[in-house]
Design a protein around this ligand. Structure first.
Ligand code: HMG
Length: 413
């Protein structure tokens, strides 16, 4: 606050200038990125066989091989805590002043899911924690808000976690595009992995392409409309990005897109390239994005975490990105989109977690259709009674059960 004195106005202006100078010189971005996925996997060939569909429709048509599913004792909170724990093991928690939890499958209408994660991870009490929601987009809002907090005070770090379980009704059109996963990111000054550009492009349009009323546990979607809405919002955000000082299309080494299914990223890239005046054929687009698609092809849609799984895939599969700019194309139905970018830092490979991410994906238990259906049909008990859950997950945290309408979490023994 400015101190009033005879030259109060002049001092206020000087203070504002000092703040803007200090923020513009701080490099802020992703210092560490870590992932977690569900315990089970359903190969899409199994789903295709059950529905009498040519498996190539899933493998090639939508570009998906499998989808992750949570164990009975996993939920978005346990996935989030499992993704974040390795970050804390590497960097400690003492500088974390904020926890931003992005999800559209939150577990409570009142308490932020991040509060349970904060407790499971033993984070300092001197931190603020909040949940953000806007379909698959809110992880990006969290990242941008985190960057602003760090720019204001570079001594602080922010833990951003995007965690979701994508569920559609059995036998519905959306069924092959389910999935589960979490990505945690430590946002800090002088980041080791990706320095964020200060400019971005944004877009909001009220459109009924995908939504989930409070009383439903599965999402509703108009599939064809959702694809058009995604492309419309993304190209809108791209135009805004360029008008706000964004980089030229050809200056981006590649782009990580939100991936409800990997073929969607390819469709979006073809559309964006056209708008940017650099048209590409489908197969060229697929080759340009290939490094960003590996993980999502295996885990399916992880909503808020999906684009960040794409970023993790890129960093783990490309060795030559140091000093190069990458684009990030975020979309959340309903709809909000943001296009932004950043520069990959020198030495990023030595901070990577490729082995951990691959191990998490490979460790999944592959299940058959009957088991998948049984898991899908399970509902959260609503009677407020005591319910112990079977011990299934091998992840570091689990949902032990329910008691008096409360979820009971624990460290996995
Ligand atoms: P559908 O009707 O089952 O599939 O819906 P289709 O008939 O449109 O076929 C899909 C593709 O497979 C087509 O390719 C076919 O040609 C091809 P395209 O023409 O699109 O390039 N195909 C084959 N290819 C090879 N061999 C074959 C074969 N047969 C067909 N034999 C849809 C697909 C994705 C719409 C459906 O699964 C769905 O509704 N999913 C959920 C919605 C969704 O993921 N929308 C994406 C955009 S919205 C978004 O990203 C936000 C979201 O993440 C939510 C949030 O923000 O929170 C969803």
């Amino acid at each position: 606050m400015a101190v009033p004195d005879r030259s109060g106005r002049a001092r206020e202006e000087k203070d504002v200038r000092a703040i803007s100078t200090s923020t513009s010189t701080v490099s802020v971005g992703i210092h560490d990125i870590s992932t977690a996925t569900g315990h089970y996997a359903l190969p899409l060939e199994t789903l295709a066989a059950q529905h009498g569909i040519d498996p190539q429709k899933f493998l090639v048509g939508i570009g998906q091989e499998a989808m992750s599913l949570p164990a009975e004792d996993e939920d978005p909170v346990t996935l989030a805590a499992s993704a974040a724990a390795p970050i804390l093991a590497r960097h400690g928690a003492e500088n974390i002043r904020t926890v931003l939890f992005a999800t559209e499958t939150g577990v409570d209408q009142s308490t932020a899911a991040g509060v349970y994660v904060h407790s499971l991870l033993g984070l300092p009490r001197t931190a603020r924690t909040v949940e953000l929601k806007q379909a698959c987009y809110s992880g990006t809002a969290a990242l941008q808000f985190a960057a602003s907090l760090v720019a204001r005070d570079p001594s602080q770090q922010v833990l951003v976690i995007a965690s979701d379980i994508a569920r559609y009704a059995l036998d519905s059109g959306g069924e092959p595009t389910q999935g589960a996963g979490a990505v945690a990111m430590l946002v800090a000054a002088d980041p080791a992995v990706l320095e964020l550009d200060p400019f971005s492009g944004v877009y909001t349009r009220d459109i009924p392409d995908f939504w989930r009323p409070n009383y439903l546990s599965t999402a509703l979607v108009d599939g064809k409309l959702s694809i058009r809405a995604y492309i419309d919002a993304l190209t809108g955000a791209w135009r805004d990005y360029r008008e706000h000082g964004g980089r030229a299309f050809e200056d981006l080494a590649t782009i990580c897109y939100h991936q409800p299914f990997t073929k969607m990223a390819v469709k979006a890239h073809v559309a964006l390239a056209e708008v940017a005046g650099q048209p590409v054929e489908k197969d060229v687009a697929a080759a340009q994005l290939a490094d960003t698609l590996h993980y999502n092809r295996l885990i399916g849609n992880s909503y808020t975490a999906s684009m960040y799984y794409g970023l993790a895939s890129l960093l783990d599969h490309r060795e030559d990105l140091a000093g190069q700019a990458v684009g990030l194309a975020s979309y959340g139905s309903g709809s909000v989109s943001e296009f932004f970018s950043g520069t990959v830092r020198d030495g990023y490979r030595s901070h990577g977690r490729a082995a951990e991410t691959r191990a998490g994906i490979e460790a999944r238990e592959v299940i058959d259709y009957a088991r998948y259906r049984e898991l899908h049909e399970r509902e959260v008990p609503v009677d407020g009674g005591e319910h112990e859950l079977p011990r299934v997950t091998r992840a570091p945290f689990r949902l032990a059960g329910y008691s008096g309408h409360r979820r009971l979490y624990e460290r996995n023994a």
